[in-house]
Design a protein around this ligand. Structure first.
Ligand code: ADP
Ligand code: MG
Length: 657
């Protein structure tokens, strides 16, 4: 993409998601450093300052120990004379010549009359300079990144035009090329602002375009004629070990009606964690099978897919329904068998992960597509699965309890059913906030649960020892716990870097109760269901957003026992108290939204279509609504046929049937 980049560099860039020259341009700085040269008369110990000085003496290097030296020299500015000291810049010595004008950046120590520099610019900075800082992987340098950007800016490029010209004019946005210049090489703060305004609108416009385009398609979409025996469905519902809640019944009725109607089902089933969405999906999948079609359910992780598969098998144990699993870690031969069984309609229900998107997955007769935790998938992925059927009905499950007004906008293309109340008899999870110093008390609480025959989740934010010592790493905790409980307790470890088969093994042991304490990263966040687990302990709770913590807490409280959630944080974090107060996901999401904006709305890993580079759904909500209106007009006018970018986008998300 850029001439002369080594293979290694290209690899590192790829790690940052940069493959083409254009990608460099949309890799925006995460902050800026401002160098505003000050007058030496205002030297202050309290601020990092940028000062232009004259070198007055030859630098002297002292070697203190290996890899540690200081460079010292005298400078003057406006008749004030002082020392400059900087660590590990011995190599600069020959370049710092007496009489030369340079710029030093750092802090002044009045007592010692010494300027403790953190950086020295041999070419003096004479006027305000704004330097972008990029989040780069190890091995890439900010300065090089800037150089590449400069080169890329000179290349003739066929950039995607994402804001229609009319709109660009109407809002007086700066042009795309100008905006790239302004964001990467700003001359003043105003430049950054102008660029941001454009990019934020651009992201939201594109986002709303996808949604509104889909909505328009949806209202016209014709579904499959499902002829369903209500009696058989009812028989199954009556055979369940529990009675469906009122909301579940309503959601089921909505879904059944969709299946029977001529319109294609395009329904979002929203419900807090543990509200019982899965069973509703299973019943609808069964109803679909009863009318002669195949059903598919796609989940975001193997753990979750496997669990759904197992519980589905259990529910339909006595019913003539053929159920299969399809996940990436299965042997090629096993997958092949599933592929052929699917195409011969020897499978009624298949449950799996992204592996379902494989070209070799061909259904004989797909009637219903269910996507669990839909926010984890992008529109394209969801549609790809849907496209494996002909006019298949579509159901999305989501545990993201987002405020209603936002839901209406960002899920504007779907009908929604909501499960607002949890199954009866569930006790709210008791939530406590503790400090690490309370470790004894916490260990006792864990041991107490263990003695009652219950199981415990422990969540740590990191996988490996990190740069920050106080973050608890899963292996470190395992050792500590084993020591504390003198090996009476079986402790298991689960994290994202393990092989799928290993994860599976650990999860199975935990489900069977062979492991009593499961220490994990947030891989358990979505959907895992082990009713015997009654306690969850979360380290460094301040690192997580409320929505994630609520999801994690949702792993317990899945039976009629009293469950406990212990949030450990050494910092006073006001927002954690929201969790102490409430078990209501919708209330919590409102609060989270108020306190932090969109930040964590969709959990730790943002993916799918909701991950924006610059826009923030809360902060920019007004812009979102504006973009939505603009998109509606744009679609109505049909002008998007003339835009290569949007025509392409519609082709990508268009249904083939
Ligand atoms: P989620 O909405 O988070 O996907 P699940 O579907 O995993 O929730 O349901 C949580 C647990 O509650 C499961 O073990 C499920 O079998 C059980 N469950 C579902 N509906 C009911 C009900 N009406 N009464 C009792 N338990 C139920
Ligand atoms: Mg679920």
């Amino acid at each position: 993409m850029i001439k002369g980049l080594g293979e290694k560099t290209v690899k590192l860039l790829n790690q940052c998601g940069i493959y083409r020259a254009e990608d460099l341009l949309t890799y925006y700085p995460y902050r800026y450093e401002v160098f505003n040269p000050t007058d030496v008369l205002t030297l202050s110990g309290e601020f990092i300052q940028t000062v232009n000085v004259l070198v007055e003496s030859e630098p002297v290097v002292s070697y203190i120990r290996r890899n540690f030296n200081t460079l010292r020299f005298r400078v003057s500015a406006l008749n004030k004379v002082f020392q400059v000291s900087i660590f590990n810049r011995a190599f600069m010595k020959p370049h710092i010549e007496v009489g030369k004008k340079i710029t030093i950046i750092g802090r002044y120590d009045e007592k010692k009359n010494t300027f403790l520099a953190s950086d020295i610019k041999l070419k003096a900075i004479t006027s305000l300079q704004i330097k972008p800082v990029y989040h780069l992987v190890r091995g890439l340098k900010n300065a090089n990144f800037e150089k590449w950007l400069q080169e890329v800016m000179k290349l003739p490029m066929d950039l995607d035009v994402k804001i229609p010209f009319e709109i660009e004019k109407r809002y007086h946005f700066i042009s795309q090329t100008e905006a790239f210049g302004a964001i990467h090489f700003p001359k003043c703060a105003e430049d950054v602002k102008r660029a941001k305004v454009r990019f934020i609108y651009e992201e939201l416009f594109e986002f709303m375009f996808k949604i509104m385009y889909l909505k328009e398609k949806e209202t016209k979409a014709i579904g499959l004629p499902h002829v369903i025996s209500d009696e058989k469905v009812n028989d199954f519902v009556l055979s369940l070990p529990f009675e469906l809640t009122k909301d579940q019944k309503q959601a089921l009725a909505d879904g059944l009606q969709d299946l029977k109607s001529e319109k294609r089902m395009n329904r979002l089933l929203l419900g807090d964690v543990g509200s019982g969405k899965t069973i509703v999906a299973f019943i609808l999948m069964y109803a679909n099978v009863l009318s002669g079609y195949q059903s598919v359910l796609m989940a975001p992780t193997e753990i979750l897919a496997t669990q759904h598969y197992q519980s589905c098998k259990k529910f339909f144990d006595q019913y003539p329904v053929r159920i299969e699993l399809l996940v990436g870690s299965m042997k090629a031969s096993e997958k092949k068998k599933v592929f052929s069984d699917l195409s011969n309609q020897e499978v009624d229900i298949v449950i799996g992960t992204h592996a379902l998107l494989n070209d070799q997955v061909v259904f004989a007769n797909l009637g219903l597509v269910v996507t669990d935790e839909q926010h984890r998938f992008g529109v394209n992925q969801r549609k790809n699965l849907q496209n494996k059927g002909y006019r298949s009905d579509v159901l999305y499950l989501s545990a993201t309890p987002i405020p209603r007004t936002y839901a209406l906008t960002i899920y504007g293309d779907m009908d929604t059913s909501m499960i607002a109340t949890k199954p009866q008899g569930r006790k709210p999870v008791r939530t406590l906030i503790k400090k690490e110093a309370d470790v004894k008390e916490i260990l006792q609480a864990i041991y107490h649960e263990f003695q009652l025959g219950h199981q415990i989740y422990v969540v740590a934010p990191m996988i490996e020892e990190s740069e920050m010592d106080d973050l608890k790493d899963v292996h470190f905790l395992k050792e500590k716990f084993e020591l504390a409980f003198r090996d009476k307790v079986n402790v298991g470890v689960l994290h994202g870097k393990m092989k799928a088969s290993e994860k599976d093994q650990v999860m199975k042991s935990f489900e069977k109760g062979e492991i009593q304490i499961l220490i994990s990263t947030t891989v358990i966040e979505v959907g895992v269901d082990v009713p015997n687990a009654t306690m969850i302990v979360i380290f460094n709770a301040e690192r997580f957003g409320l929505a994630t913590l609520h999801q994690l807490r949702g792993r317990v409280g899945r039976n009629n026992l009293q469950s406990t959630c212990i949030l450990i944080s050494n910092q006073e974090v006001e927002r954690l108290k929201v969790l102490e107060e409430s078990n209501d996901g919708f209330y919590i999401s409102e609060k989270d939204f108020e306190l932090r904006g969109q930040g964590d709305l969709f959990g730790v890993e943002q993916s799918g279509d909701m991950s924006f580079k610059m826009a923030d759904l809360k902060r920019d909500y007004k812009i979102l609504l504006q973009a939505k209106n603009d998109v509606i007009d744009y679609l109505k006018s049909g002008d998007y046929f003339q835009s290569a970018y949007y025509r392409d986008l519609t082709n990508k998300i268009d249904f083939t049937n």
